[in-house]
Design a protein around this ligand. Structure first.
Ligand code: NDP
Length: 321
């Protein structure tokens, strides 16, 4: 059924940033509506153990944490909509949003928290062991690999940073890169190449992640030499895929200021985009930290910035609101 409905605050995306923005705007009585998208809960729903989200003394599960976020948002009055925003028009006021079910909404303020997706290689064994030894985030999962041999795939800043970070726990880190030179910053390259715990396997790609089903865990990997086709087997128990992230910003292109990688640019220290009334929070505008707790903090900032914006807007509305 199609409908046009006006929303005081529309929040797009349901990761930690979106739910935090929903909780804060709901408690400010701004009646937010949050569009859940295709993967409600975001990246944490494909994680297993979470040990670094403050407030929980014991290990929790990513999907459980996101259910709690959702229930909290609902309990404080946020309206949750199971739909995906496929089109926005920020050139008119109120702003226009259209869903892929064909519904149209208008909104006075929009908070974008559509997140980013880690890029994956797309091989079957990688998918099979995701969350069971294959990870897209060393900061999140490195701690689980104390005194073990792990591999990092990629040659950019993320891969190099993750490889160095993993030396805090792992006994050995093998960086596997498809070329014979890295694209990471020179100073980071120097640090990596000088590190006694790190070895680089140049000109190799990940061919297969090896593991067991009971318990589901990684026992090694096969890497293929791109020049000779030779296969090298490593006994790594962790495989970190670090080949980049894609911010979910396609529908905002040419409407909002973005950097070369497609991340939304906010004014420093705020969630304000270049369009007043449109705010961005979480991984969609943060390529440095990419942590749930940081995204949640950004969600709070976006809510407070939206609250201030709406207070001014409503004060200037004919007759006030
Ligand atoms: P990048 O796109 O910079 O690097 C991706 C790496 O993965 C490249 O080395 C690429 O290889 C490799 N790769 C891509 N696809 C495949 C594939 N299918 N198989 C094998 N290897 C593959 O992504 P990053 O996440 O590293 O960085 C993104 C941006 O964020 C950059 O601008 C970076 O500078 C920035 N950043 C900054 C940080 C900081 O300042 N502290 C930290 C992290 C990121 P190839 O080189 O051959 O293309």
């Amino acid at each position: 059924m199609t409908q046009t409905k006006h929303l005081p605050v529309a929040i797009i995306g349901s990761g930690p940033a979106g739910y935090s923005a929903a909780i804060y705007t709901a408690r400010a009585n701004l009646k937010p509506s949050l569009f859940l998208g295709h993967q409600p809960g975001g990246q944490l729903t494909i994680t297993t153990d979470v040990e670094n989200y403050p407030g929980f003394a014991d290990v929790i599960q990513g999907p459980w944490l996101m259910e709690q976020f959702q229930s909290q948002a609902k309990n404080v009055g946020a309206n949750l909509i199971s739909d995906f925003i496929e089109f926005v028009d920020f050139s008119v006021r109120p702003f226009i949003l259209r869903t892929d079910m064909g519904d149209t909404y208008t909104a006075d303020a929009v908070i974008i928290s559509t997140g980013a997706q880690a890029r994956w290689l797309g091989i079957e064994s990688e998918t099979k062991f995701q969350g069971f030894g294959v990870s897209g985030c060393a900061t999140c999962d490195g701690f689980f690999f104390k005194n073990q041999h792990v591999a990092v795939i990629g040659g950019g800043d993320t891969a190099v940073e993750e490889a160095i970070y993993l030396t805090n726990f792992a006994s050995k880190v093998t960086l596997i890169h498809r070329r014979d030179s890295l694209r990471a910053e020179k100073v980071m390259q120097d640090r990596l190449l000088a590190h006694p715990k790190i070895e680089v396997l140049w000109n190799h790609t990940l061919e297969e992640v090896l593991g067991t089903d009971q318990p589901k865990s990684v026992t090694g990997l096969k890497a293929k030499n791109v020049k000779t086709g030779d296969i090298t087997e490593l006994d790594t128990t962790g495989v970190f895929i670090a080949i980049g992230h894609d911010p979910a910003t396609k529908i905002f292109k040419s409407q909002l200021d973005m950097d070369n990688d497609g991340y939304i640019i906010c004014a420093p220290g705020t969630a304000n985009t270049n369009i007043p009334g449109v705010f961005a929070a979480g991984d969609v505008q943060d390529k440095t930290y990419r942590q749930a707790i940081v995204a949640a903090g950004f969600g709070c900032m976006a809510a407070l910035d939206a609250e201030r914006y709406l207070a001014v807007l409503n004060a200037h509305a004919p007759g006030g609101k």
